[in-house]
Ligand binder design. Structure first.
Ligand SMILES: [Zn+2]
Length: 75
């Protein structure tokens, strides 16, 4: 976990994550995928064989600015 100051107003940011909704409205965390979007009729977006990372997002409690990181922990 990082300690970050907001780039806009210098307030200390708080860690969180952006939730995505899968089939049946199941919650899952957002992932970073290498490369460009390749659409697929069957799976929505094809990501087979690509690098993936979990995304953590930091939020400024004062101005609402968001800053996201996808570190080296594989998803
Ligand atoms: Zn701010």
């Amino acid at each position: 976990m990082l300690t970050l100051a907001c780039l806009r107003c210098q307030t200390t940011m708080e860690m969180g994550f952006i939730v995505d909704h899968a089939h049946g409205n199941a919650r899952q965390e957002q992932e970073w995928i290498e490369g460009d979007v390749v659409k697929s009729f069957w799976v929505g977006i094809e990501i087979k064989g690509r690098e993936k990372r979990n995304v953590r997002s930091y939020r400024c409690p004062r101005c609402g600015y968001l800053e996201s990181y996808a570190d080296d922990s594989p998803a």
